[in-house]
Design a binder for this molecule. Sequence first.
Ligand SMILES: [Mg+2]
Length: 364
Amino acid sequence: MKIQEIQIGKVSIPLKKPFKTALRQVNSAEDIIVKVIADSGEVGFGNAPPTAVITGDSQEAIVGAIRGTIGPKLIGMEIDNLEGIMSAIDTSMLHNSSAKAALDIAVYDLFGKLHGIPVYKLFGGYSQTITTDLTISVNSPEEMVRDSLEALAEGYTTLKIKVGTDAELDIQRVRAIRDAVGDDVEIRLDANQGWLPKEAVRTIRKFEDMGLRIELIEQPVKAHDFEGLKFVTDNVDTDIMADEAAFGPYEVFKLLSMSACDLINIKLMKAGGLHNALKIASLAETVGVQCMMGCMLESKIGITAAASLAAGKKIVTKTDLDAAVLLAEDPIVGGVAFHKNQLLVPDAPGFGITDVLGWQEIRA
Ligand SMILES: [Mg+2]
């Protein structure tokens, strides 16, 4: 079975409520969706949400990279030659991790369909069910308390609170949420690069002194500031997770070599797809650093791909794959199934995705 054609399209999915972080606010999820079509007619689905503030990849850049550079290299390649395809994706051009991820995901889907195996089993099949947190957007403390209580009522047991806009207000926010939800709920924070290193240490120590029992804090400082991240990690008791800093395998190798963080957040759009995410998981596992599987604001294709890796690998102990439940509609037919905070990875071949409703082709 050879790759015969690659079609590029998109979906625009309204959100239930605006998504706000220290970096941006958005009202809908835009997702580029590729169909990698085999000569047998079988279709593999992949996706790439343009998240320029994190990956640097705009919609135009993703479409251009797939259509102009990476895609043509894959046409005619045997799908069984997974290693050759992934190597072609990696060496086709520098950067452009989202475009690479879209094609990588679609090829894994096709490979699974070709061999009649679900991708999570290909990755190790450690479990089939994973538990996700729910992200609470950064807003006034009152609104965040309301959103948190709503999440608990819906069955979530771990909340990921967006902070990093203002250290003083962040303390008020987290205090108010902890008081409202009680002690049984796990609270993790994501500062999205919002603090300076010393400010981060001061703020996190306050969280500790106030007994707020924060499970972990994601990316307290700027993505490029590995020394700053290490400074924070070395000077607080709370576990620090690298997210924007932990871009691809090389960055993760460097962070781990420096002991700059306690945990790694793997995202397919940063890593450039599943084949690189697997390398990150292996690097982390080698030194005993646990991973979280995260996502962008994206459709259920990328969520299913990420969930397949999280389910397959033992070292991925935490999951932040709530994007699909933030969406008001789900145009993806098949894929991962949600039951409250549980994700069930399908037993169908590939990612079990059969169609994308409302897919609009982007023609050259
Ligand atoms: Mg993050």
